[in-house]
Design a protein around this ligand. Structure first.
Ligand code: SF4
Length: 117
């Protein structure tokens, strides 16, 4: 199923949270929805009303606001029984946004760089 959504960050809902898809053109993106056979997502501690903590808001977010939001998200990750699977998944798909498995995008990038060297 394909659909278009116009926003600063385009989001595709998946069971545990959301996957952001970078825009192909300014202000617009084409997103392909696909079935993810990832049963660990059903056990994700981030499911539900706090899911917004795991991704940047659609409005500008100051550095200290981002850090505070991510701190809260990571506290939830620390209680999550599928943290390892979540991080492995985010690394495998090279998820460019949000907190996954207790790491934000910059931390995942650093981890991948360390593992590559
Ligand atoms: S580790 Fe964090 S982001 Fe991943 S499923 Fe658990 S709560 Fe969600």
């Amino acid at each position: 199923m394909r659909f278009r959504k116009i926003s600063r960050i385009n989001l595709l809902l998946i069971p545990c949270s959301v996957v952001s898809v970078p825009p192909k053109q300014k202000g617009e993106a084409e997103v392909t929805a696909y079935h993810l056979d990832e049963s660990w997502q059903m056990k994700a501690a981030c499911r539900g009303p706090r899911a917004d903590l795991f991704f940047p808001p659609t409005h500008f977010e100051k550095k200290d606001e981002k850090e505070a939001r991510e701190r809260e998200a990571k506290l939830i990750c620390d209680t999550c029984s599928v943290k390892k699977s979540c991080l492995q998944y985010a690394l495998r798909i090279r998820e460019p946004h949000g907190v996954w498995g207790g790491l934000n995008e910059a931390e995942r990038k650093q981890l991948m760089a360390r593992e590559a060297s």
